[in-house]
Design a protein around this ligand. Structure first.
Ligand code: BJW
Length: 253
């Protein structure tokens, strides 16, 4: 019954998912040179996440945290979206043109999905090109370097600006809206994420319980691969592009 509400059947065997939720992680940007966290040459092999991705680490050594994010902001300036980002932007357009809705939820703080043209996009772990002030709460765009003594443009407080990213122990952005969309989606797809960080790792269970078809696209099976009904494995630039072509053909059939 739930599936009938979530899907609109069009002709024999063809099905249009009215509502699609796609979750992306570092793997989708790996081929754009942004690096992943938990792979054998990942970011957490060079940095201790307790030092650079927790509020406590920032309080202990803000200079180290600023250096970490300044370097990644610098890397982002030269990065370009790859075939996977482009394919997802194309899919959003196709689905919208058929009266459906696609929400792209990314754990990535890079801007490669928007650079590729995705519009209905939610950065649940924040954005590298934004900062916020711990003193007055203002948040805004920031593309240059940030230092321990940088003054807030609104309240003037030195040392209160921090990257507008979600660290361990902090609440990710947009959770109410995400859960609402997961509970109503007909298709949930997880791309390039290890399935080790919650709440994102729990999305497949939410969507599955709501009756959605669930697919994992990843270099290799993730920590929660068994929670998906279907898996396709290989580099995102190939697997995602091929999967989007297959789905678009099915939608248009
Ligand atoms: C390719 C590829 C290619 C490679 N093609 N694929 C105990 C149990 C359960 C939970 C907890 C617990 N103790 C604490 C928690 C909660 C905690 C958590 O999950 N901890 C775990 C480590 C156990 N989570 C939190 O604290 C979160 N907040 C929270 O829970 O709030 C309370 C809450 C309650 C109720 C509801 C909602 C909330 C906050 C998490 C913040 C994560 N922050 C970071 C850093 C900040 C952003 C940044 O600097 O970039 O976000 S950590 C880092 O991990 C980053 C990422 O977004 C995140 C996920 O990583 P991702 O994207 O999956 O990357 P990898 O490297 O892990 O995986 C890459 C994958 O790609 C691999 O599978 C590769 O194979 C693949 N790949 N190349 C395709 N070419």
């Amino acid at each position: 019954m739930i599936c009938l509400i979530q899907r609109v059947f069009r002709g024999a065997g063809s099905v249009l998912y009215k509502s699609i939720v796609i979750l992306t992680g570092a793997g989708v940007s790996a081929e754009s040179g942004m690096g992943t966290f938990r792979d054998k040459d990942g970011i957490w092999t060079r940095y201790d996440l307790e030092d650079v991705a927790t509020p406590e680490g920032f309080a202990r050594n803000p200079g180290l945290v600023h250096d970490f994010y300044n370097a990644r902001r610098q890397a982002l300036r030269d990065a370009e979206p790859n075939a996977a980002h482009h394919a997802l932007a194309k899919l959003e357009q196709v689905v919208a043109g058929m009266g459906g809705e696609l929400l792209l939820v990314t754990q990535n703080i890079d801007n490669l999905h928007e650079k590729a043209g995705s519009q209905n996009l939610l950065h649940m772990h924040g954005e590298l090109a934004r900062v916020k002030c711990d003193a007055c709460g203002v948040a805004g765009a920031w593309t240059g370097d940030l230092f321990s003594q940088t003054e807030c443009w609104r309240c003037g407080q030195a040392g209160a600006l921090r990257p507008d990213v979600v660290w361990f122990g902090e609440m990710p952005y947009g959770m109410d809206g995400i859960y609402e969309r997961l509970s109503a989606c007909g298709l949930f797809v997880s791309i390039g994420t290890s399935g080790e960080v919650y709440p994102a790792a729990g999305f497949v269970m939410e969507a599955g319980m709501a009756g959605a078809h669930t697919i994992e696209l990843n270099l290799e099976p993730s920590a929660n691969a068994r929670g998906f009904r279907e898996g396709r494995y290989g580099p995102a630039s190939e697997v995602v592009a091929r999967w989007v072509d297959d789905l678009v053909a099915k939608l248009r059939a």
